[in-house]
Write a new protein. Structure first.
Length: 86
């Protein structure tokens, strides 16, 4: 039996202007934000070719990722959280 989605996880959030520049206008849920981030990363070929778990930030993503030029995909959720308004 599939697990029910956590309603808090599916709650739409207002987004910071920096995050909206990458994923589009909010409000969006966390799964929608993650999906749109990966669409952007793939469309702009921003995965490190030597280590696909790392994301190389362009100028728009640097604004979301606290100015860092490269992060791991595991760090991404923490940076995204800083750009969500309840």
């Amino acid at each position: 039996m599939p697990r029910a989605a956590n309603p808090a996880f599916m709650k739409p959030h207002d987004l910071s202007p920096e995050l909206e520049a990458v994923v589009g206008k909010g409000p969006l849920s966390r799964p929608q934000i993650t999906s749109k981030l990966w669409e952007y990363i793939r469309a702009h070929n921003l995965q490190n070719p030597k280590n696909k778990r790392n994301i190389m930030a362009d100028d728009k993503l640097k604004a979301v990722f606290g100015g860092k030029g490269e992060i791991t995909m595991f760090e991404m959720a923490g940076f995204v959280s800083q750009h969500l308004k309840s």
